[in-house]
Write a protein that binds this ligand. Structure first.
Ligand code: ATP
Ligand code: MG
Length: 645
């Protein structure tokens, strides 16, 4: 037992160790990418499990993507903390709702979960008397998602949009009509969306004391990774789970908030120490993931950030040995870029990097296809989007049904052979992988099912079909071997030896849809997330033209390395000189929590960002004085860094 305990405390720095061994109760880790936040929470859970403080089944660890949840489970398993549930908010809610459905729904059938709003929204828009195209339907779906995630009912939408200063291309009054119709359409067709799922469970707990008691008896210790991306709906579910208790560990990085457009708010993370006055607050700045070269680029990109994340940010300090400089490349067009990326992948693999340690990340899923084609032309295996929604794919569901019905007849061929036979029956040709695109994705999905069957070859057909259903409910996606092609959004929390960030042009990153300064800031954070995924090799590139002979586009404004760079800064006239960053010698650390205090001329001052203490008056006076002397123009986005050195 002692050695197990030491094991859970091994390979941690003093701050991480403080988070791991902090007593039961609220704990918050605020730190940048790659500083070991996820490591700290997995060790904290494992440490508490092996020292007998908590039982594995009483912990609930939640995160935001299926892949991140899978990674949490994997890391917990590696620390001898098996049996700790690690799920996305949705998977956790779905499981609970299924369990409590007989009690909550009193015999009524549980509505079917729809994973995409697009079709229903189009239907609702028609009912409400609007004609929509694909783009309008997508915008409407986005607005409805934002409203529901922000706990805003149709009637409150107009006021809420104005209050949030949310700029959308849609007329708010029309959104209300479609939103209202959307809710009706759902009800009459007996389906629910992801937000309804969370709402149902919140209602289940808040309105049913017996359900609340049972849920709270089951889950006693809560851990949330990537807490900067929690939205009000998820927060409310978390609070329902907690009841009056506060055994909650949250970790996050404000600079990695990439879902605020859909309702996420880093405010919960920033205010944690004010919400829970007895919270243990830990900050980490050592970056264990990336080479100093990658860390330097990440620091540069995010140091230009404006807004709350800048206030809370600390420069990352790279811990790993020096590595190659990030490779920044400009190509004549996108096909040339894709070909070069595929070649470089092949070189890395030939030199010994496993394909699964390489990722090509892009802003929009539509960018994937060019890379799929180039990789298959080069003979490099790849996995599209890492199977994020693996079990939601139509062909996977169809295959699962076919496998289930195959259990009714006897055969035995051996189980994996039977699985292959059933999959062939659905049109899968194992020896003929299609070159690229959607067909290739379908083929890869079937191949993954078959591979899983061979891994679980000791199971019977029935056991295998049941196992698939279990994994589907737990969003436990099959392991895949190949270069990962994924969106920047879905790459959050993950890491690879080699990362290719592609298509870094204006219009793609930042996306053309980012029309407000806040939306542009979110794009910058997305790039920061991308850069910080790389351990060793980082490649950044863009093709000047979209297709051969096309018009040349501008390089991404966040990356001065391409020769473009951000000038002028968004929203500021060109001639204004920007005060980048200044240290104040009269500064001191926060008296209560010791955090390095950050504040800026364009923000509310006077408060420590991590704990409830007010900044001391002398310090405030010094700051005011400094502002007077240096920043003649108070509107400049300058900020001050108080250092405790
Ligand atoms: P992100 O913000 O991207 O989610 P994170 O803060 O969660 O990052 P981790 O994924 O926990 O960071 O850690 C990044 C990498 O550094 C991992 O490979 C992890 O194993 C390693 N690492 C973390 N802490 C240490 C440490 N004290 N010593 C050695 N390696 C560490
Ligand atoms: Mg993490």
């Amino acid at each position: 037992a002692d050695s197990l305990r030491d094991f859970t405390l091994g390979n941690l720095d003093p701050e991480q160790r403080a988070a791991v061994t902090a007593p039961a109760g609220p704990v918050c880790i605020l730190a940048g990418a790659g500083t070991g936040k996820t490591r700290a929470i997995t060790h904290r859970i494992a440490h508490r499990v092996v020292t007998g403080q908590v039982q594995p089944g009483h912990v609930l660890a939640v995160t935001f993507t299926a892949r991140a949840a899978a990674q949490l489970r994997e890391r917990l398993g590696g620390l001898a903390a098996h049996g700790v549930p690690a799920r996305t908010f949705h998977a956790a809610a779905l499981r609970q709702l299924r369990y409590f459905a007989p009690r909550l729904l009193r015999g009524r059938e549980m509505p079917e979960l729809v994973t995409s709003k697009a079709r229903l929204v189009t239907l609702a828009a028609t009912k409400a008397g609007f004609r929509t195209d694909r783009i309008v339907a997508r915008d409407l779906a986005g607005e409805i998602e934002w409203a529901k995630s922000s706990l805003i009912e149709p009637d409150d939408y107009v006021v809420a949009v104005a209050k949030a200063e949310r700029e959308t291309p849609l007329d708010p009054a029309s959104v209300v009509r479609v939103y209202t119709a959307y809710e009706q359409v759902k009800r009459t067709s007996g389906v629910m969306d992801f937000e309804d799922l969370l709402r149902a469970m919140i209602w289940g707990i808040e309105e049913h004391p017996d359900v609340a008691e049972q849920v709270r008896d089951q889950y006693r210790h809560f851990v949330v990774d990537e807490y900067q991306d929690v939205n009000p709906l998820q927060q409310r579910l978390l609070e329902a789970w907690l009841g009056r208790r506060s055994d909650l560990t949250v970790v996050g990085d404000v600079a990695q908030t990439i879902y605020s457009f859909t309702g996420a708010s880093a405010g919960y993370l920033m205010d944690f120490a004010r919400t829970y006055r007895n919270a243990t607050v830990v900050r980490l700045v050592r970056d264990y993931r990336s080479t100093p070269e990658v860390v330097a680029l990440a620091n540069t990109v995010i140091s230009q950030a404006r807004g709350a994340e800048a206030r809370l940010r600390l420069d990352l300090i790279g811990q790993r040995p020096s590595g190659p400089k990030p490779d920044m490349r400009v190509f004549i067009d996108e096909p040339a870029e894709a070909t070069a990326v595929a070649r470089r992948c092949a070189e890395l693999i030939a030199a010994g990097t496993p394909a699964s340690e390489i990722a090509v990340l892009f802003r929009a899923n539509a960018q994937s296809e060019a890379y799929e084609e180039a990789l298959s032309d080069t003979g490099v295996p790849y996995v599209v989007r890492g199977g994020e929604r693996f079990f939601e794919r139509a062909e996977v569901r169809q295959a699962m049904l076919a496998l289930r019905s195959a259990t009714k007849s006897t055969s035995e061929l051996a189980m994996p052979d039977r699985v292959a036979e059933v999959l062939r029956g659905t049109g899968w040709e194992p020896d003929r992988p299609p070159a690229g695109g959607a067909n290739r994705e379908r083929w890869e999905a079937m191949a993954a099912l078959y591979r899983l069957a061979t891994e679980l070859s000791q199971m019977t057909m029935l056991e295998f079909a049941t196992e698939l259903e279990r994994r589907s409910a737990a969003q436990h996606i099959p392991t895949v071997d190949g270069v990962t092609l994924a969106s920047l959004h879905s790459a959050k929390g993950l890491e690879w030896d080699a990362v290719f960030l592609v298509g870094l042009v204006e219009g793609t990153l930042p996306t053309a849809y980012a029309k407000t300064p806040q939306a542009v800031e979110e794009e910058r954070r997305l790039l920061y997330v991308g850069i910080t995924r790389a351990r060793q090799w980082l490649w950044l590139s863009y093709g000047q033209a979209r297709s051969p002979g096309g018009r040349a586009r501008k390089s991404c404004r966040f990356l001065p390395g391409f020769g473009g760079g951000e000038s002028p800064r968004i929203g500021l006239p060109r001639e204004k000189k920007v005060v980048e960053r200044r240290a104040v010698s009269a500064a001191a650390p926060c008296r209560i929590c010791g955090a390095t205090l950050l504040a800026g001329t364009d923000r509310k001052l006077g408060r420590c960002a991590t704990c409830p203490s007010d900044i001391d008056e002398t310090l405030m006076a010094n700051l005011q004085e400094w502002r007077r002397q240096t920043a003649a123009d108070q509107s400049l986005p300058a900020y001050v860094v108080f250092t405790d050195a």
